[in-house]
Design a protein around this ligand. Structure first.
Ligand code: COA
Ligand code: ZN
Length: 313
């Protein structure tokens, strides 16, 4: 048996302001969002998906993303990103000063149709236009979120070669652009072994200096932390998580929130993996998020007496 050696550092992308806040039916007041985001920054979060530039009719909860971007425009140390489903979203995000775009396309046709009302091929046509835009801009970068990379609420299990197919087509469009690719467990149904299988096969096929890997997990089946750990042991260097486990995707029936950031940080602290996050302060942010009216949260660490959570054995 060989000993596991964890990476020295993992980037955590806090996605509660996007994946989490979009799940609360009545849109939160912008000031309330700003207070939560500030608490997350105080806890040491340095990468955050601050919102999305989507149709306000599709997701009214994200309609104030431009105001959030403006409110935190002076934070030079922060890497804020925003999800965009189409060219229009990318244009709006760039015009508002967002430098990191998260383009979402699902591996399964039916989820892509449900989520962004177009085929995978049509989404990829928009990706090509966004890549051209980013090349013009020069100083902006791209994250590719491959939704339903493991399981689709309509089509069931997704095989690694289906992900490979969409990723290969997407990479052909990206040329020499630096890219962070996230395999997204949209439904939270993946197991650690499926995560390990997908990452090892895809990393082998797509290895290269311009490509980084991320895992975006939901905790529906309680696999979130284990899945994230298997991901970083098979090539991922970035993990998405939502403080307090806030969430539930409107286009993935039955799915609950992202893996709770605090649960993940506790596990990573146990391997001396540097995240830059202060767990005690993150729990304070989690308490504030859990107190938001209408939110569904799921966090193990919040249930444990505080004196016992900050340092793993
Ligand atoms: N931002 C803001 N408004 C947008 C937009 C964007 N990125 N894209 C389209 N719109 C507006 C259009 O201007 C149009 O407005 P109008 O009716 O006032 O003229 C309206 O939305 C419909 O545009 P259309 O291009 O026909 O889009 P659609 O109705 O086919 O919807 C999406 C497609 C992608 C815009 C929509 O499904 C969407 O925003 N989905 C987001 C899904 C999401 O965020 N899921 C969770 C994350 S995985
Ligand atoms: Zn998600």
């Amino acid at each position: 048996m060989s000993l596991l050696s964890p990476p020295e550092r993992v980037d955590i992308v806090e996605v509660a302001p996007r994946d989490g806040f979009q799940s609360i039916r009545d849109p939160l007041p912008t000031d309330e969002k700003i207070r939560c985001i500030q608490r997350l920054i105080d806890a040491g979060i340095t990468r955050m998906e601050i919102g999305s530039f989507v149709s306000p009719r599709a997701i009214p909860q994200m309609a104030d993303t431009d105001q959030l971007v403006a409110a935190f425009a002076d934070r030079a140390a922060m890497r804020f990103s925003a999800l965009v489903p189409n060219l229009r979203g990318a244009e709006l995000a760039l015009a508002k000063g967002v430098r990191e775009l998260v383009f979402v396309v699902s591996v399964s046709e039916s989820h892509n149709q449900g989520n962004v009302r177009r085929s995978v091929a049509e989404s990829l046509e928009d990706l090509a236009r966004i890549v051209a835009l980013l090349k013009q801009e020069g100083n902006a970068c791209l994250r590719l979120d491959l939704g339903t990379s493991f399981d689709c609420p309509y089509e069931g299990t997704i095989a690694w070669h289906q992900v490979d197919d969409v990723l290969t087509r997407a990479r052909d469009l990206c040329g020499d652009l630096h890219l962070e690719v996230a395999l997204c467990d949209t439904t939270g149904r993946a197991t650690p072994y499926q995560v390990a299988n997908h990452f090892s096969r895809l990393v082998e096929r797509h290895a290269g200096p311009r490509l980084k890997w991320a895992f975006h997990g939901h905790d529906t089946y309680g696999m979130g932390v284990a899945n994230a750990l298997f991901a970083i042991h098979h090539g991922a260097t970035t993990l998405d998580a939502a403080c307090a486990g806030l969430g539930g995707c409107p286009f993935a029936p039955g799915a609950t929130g992202n893996t709770a950031t605090e649960d993940l940080v506790y596990a990573l602290n146990g391997g001396d993996v540097d995240t830059g996050i202060d767990l005690a302060r993150l729990l304070e942010a989690a308490d504030a998020i859990a107190a938001l009216p209408g939110g569904q949260t799921a966090s193990h660490l919040r249930q444990v007496p505080r004196g016992r959570v900050t340092s793993p054995p």
